[in-house]
Design a protein around this ligand. Sequence first.
Ligand SMILES: Cc1ncc(COP(=O)(O)O)c(C=O)c1O
Length: 378
Amino acid sequence: MKEDFPLLKKTIYLDSASTTQKPNQVMQAMQTYYEEYNANVHRGIYTLSEESTKLYENGRKAVARFINAPANKIVFTKGATESLSLVAHGLQLTEKDEVIVSIMEHHSNMVPWQQTKANVKYAPMKDGKLDMEALEKLITPATKVISVGHISNAIGVENPIKEIAQLAHSNNTLLVVDAAQSVGHQKVDVQELEADFVAFSAHKMFGPMGVGVLYGKIELLKPLVTGGGSILTVTTKGTTFMEGPHGFEAGTPNVAGVVGLTAAITYLEQLGMDNVANHIQEMTTYATSKVVDLPHIKLIGQGKGILSFTVDNVHSHDVTSILSEQGVCVRAGHHCAMPLMEVLGINDCVRASFHAYTTKDDIDALVKGLAQVKEVFA
Ligand SMILES: Cc1ncc(COP(=O)(O)O)c(C=O)c1O
């Protein structure tokens, strides 16, 4: 499948958790949109605008089908970060409310909650996983929200979302799921997960940057951004807002981005999500087996497309630079999870991440590059 991804001809790309490469099919769909359909949506009565609107709304239907949700519960945003911010701020929490997040969250699922009036509590980890007993103990009658990642971007742990949903719902608590690392990696059925809100980004699932999704009980939210496109009436005395997703999509939306996301979904559906998940797991297992016995490497986390590690006495940035000289792209740093790094007792680590296009040759190149790192720093 690498032939579908022009950039993969030039590089050994092991940073898909950060953003995936884009297949020709996605880029072509966006190009065709601009060449043949470009017009603003929802406003014009002329044919071109109607066609553009249809493509945009078809995107909503495609997303809804992909995650098994009703289309009128799908809001387009800029990305997972904006989706999570929309829920955190849109719920209008007060000082009396409590929110629980896990300590392994990406900053995008921690900082927005910290910026609300609510008291944020942090569920700890035990033996490399979310400590479910501790999470349960943190729940009180004031707990309005539990917000957790489906799969950790830093250590590849998958959280037991259904179990957390049951805990949350038995306490009348809303469950928000950051699915940035799962919707493009395995079959995600939001109804089966029993999540009240789910956030993700198109660019981590072969789609373009600048488009994201918030699924859920949007009727509970106040919009973050208001203005044209989201209103019913405006007078000098006040404004009435549209109900449903459009009430949250003020301004001209990223129509070409949604068209790209639609093409990405088609691409993933053609691959088959079970095949995608199996391949990602196979690559993760292969990479782990190749790295686990290297004496200069300490594994930090492995699973679900993620392999993170430190190299003895070498800063992760130096590891990444040497790998980059060999044409291998991996990520170094705190992976937007500084509280998790603190719990793990490290400042940073190297992360290689895999997707449907990753091959064993790519991973062998990583292992060869790590031998080079050892030589340089011996
Ligand atoms: C788990 C997780 N949540 C949220 C985000 C934020 O996504 P975006 O930057 O697309 O808004 C990321 C991106 O790395 C992520 O991995």
